[in-house]
Design a protein. Structure first.
Length: 448
């Protein structure tokens, strides 16, 4: 529609110019006739009228030749753009709580959506069989302790007997040695036969051997009893461990929340059988929520610099702080950004999909409205308004677009100094404005 209007105005100006020129030609042709037929005064009046009409027609043609334009002054500025991306909201902590025991679910102690504290019971599993295991473990521990006590008592008695045997053997040895010594003394004076001394020496040797055997029996008794007691002590500790495990299994029959949070989902129903390690509930932490979204690598620096984004969800605009970025092999061309929602922000459903808004700096430099740009043969131009004597003309100036967003663009002149700050540029550029077109500025805007 705008191009049609320009074309229409051009046709009107050309028609008006042609009409003025035709009028001037008729007056010029009629002037000799008037001069020939009338007096000198009439001829002078006719000439004066003709000159006036010619001047008016020339002025109208010149006025029509100037194209009325609006201009904008070139100013330094920053071009910023608002980017949007899909964002997924999730809690900072999430746990799929598993059962620590196997059994049938007998009671659901909370409902989905309930807020629970750390350690609060969520689900109760049938613990009757587990309780019997505790009783059996207690009996086994008691038996192990009795066996250990009996072994210790027997060990004490056996050692005492062995020690008594050692003392008796040593006493016998002492008596045999004394008798031998006395006999040898009598043998020296001839008061006893050599055969008797030999018999007493044999008795002493037997007593000595018996003493050695008694000492060995004492050592062996102590060693054997220590080994037996050590084995029974190990059995006692095993029974204690089994009892502790049985009691823990009973405790695990009640599934509890690992931290304060919200029960997002119950994964079992009453009457179902669950195995140890099977997830039975999903709990979401009550800490600040996290939002993750993917952006092009060139936007990461701007996000880290500003550190803030806005998340739109169901008519709400929530602020969030950028906390970290992650690069993954699955998204080599994108960077995952993690932002933390403000603690005071309303909580969103876990897994909610929202929209994130953030601002980036596209470029900085001479800033112009996009309507000032013209493209031709792969090159971009603007039309700078210069003064040519008393006239204003449009000068085509080639530029390079540094960045563009929305209806604004940052440009740089291809020829250095061709587009200084404060220069007037036609915006929007009418289609009939070309290089060296005479223009008349009707409005000046100080910025894009």
């Amino acid at each position: 529609m705008a191009s049609e209007a320009h074309v229409g105005r051009g046709r009107t100006r050309r028609a008006a110019t042609a009409t003025g020129l035709r009028l001037l030609a008729l007056l010029v042709l009629a002037l000799p006739l008037v001069a020939a037929c009338g007096s000198d005064d009439d001829a002078g009046a006719a000439s004066t009228a003709a000159n006036g009409v010619a001047t008016a027609a020339s002025g109208a043609a010149n006025a029509e030749a100037e194209r009325a334009v609006r201009v904008v002054e070139v100013a330094e500025g920053e071009l910023r753009a608002t980017r949007r991306a899909s964002v997924t909201v999730r809690p900072s902590r999430e746990s799929r709580v598993a059962s620590g025991a196997s059994g049938r679910v007998v009671e659901l102690l909370v409902r989905e959506g309930a807020v629970v504290h750390a350690g609060q019971a969520l689900i109760r599993i049938d613990a009757e069989a587990l309780s019997r295991q505790v009783e059996n473990a207690e009996l086994a521990l008691g038996q192990a302790r009795i066996n250990l006590q009996r072994a210790r008592s027997q060990a004490a008695d056996g050692v005492a007997q062995a020690e008594a045997g050692v003392r008796a053997a040593q006493g016998n040895l002492a008596v045999a040695q004394r008798q031998l010594d006395e006999a040898e003394a009598l043998l020296d004076i001839g008061a006893i036969a050599a055969a008797d001394v030999q018999a007493l020496r044999a008795q002493r040797d037997q007593a000595q051997s018996a003493a050695l055997q008694a000492a060995d029996a004492l050592a062996r008794a102590g060693r054997v009893e220590q080994e037996d007691i050590a084995l029974l002590e190990l059995q006692e500790r095993q029974a204690e461990v089994q009892l502790r495990q049985a009691r823990e299994a009973v405790a695990d029959a009640v599934v509890r929340s690992p931290f304060a949070g919200e029960v997002a989902e119950l994964l079992v129903e009453t009457g179902e059988f669950v195995g140890a390690g099977s997830p039975v509930a999903r709990v979401l932490g009550l800490d600040a929520q996290l939002a993750s979204f993917a952006v092009p690598p060139e936007d990461v620096a701007a996000l880290e610099a500003t550190g803030r984004v806005t998340i739109d969800y169901a008519g709400q605009s929530l602020s969030a702080t950028v906390t970290r970025t992650e690069r993954t092999a699955q998204q080599s061309r994108l960077v995952t950004v993690i932002a933390t929602l403000d603690p005071a922000a309303p909580r969103l459903p876990g897994g909610a999909v929202a929209e994130v808004r953030y601002e980036v700096l596209v470029a900085s430099g001479p800033l112009l409205p996009s309507s000032a740009l013209s493209a031709e043969a792969g090159r971009t131009f603007v039309f700078r308004v210069d003064r040519d004597g008393e006239r204003s003309v449009a000068r085509r100036t080639e530029v390079r677009v540094v960045g563009e967003s929305g209806n604004q663009a940052v440009v740089a002149a291809v020829e250095e100094g061709a587009l200084p700050l404060g220069a007037s540029v036609v915006a929007p550029r009418p289609l009939d404005v070309r290089d060296n077109t005479r223009v008349r500025v009707v409005e000046v805007v100080s910025g894009p």
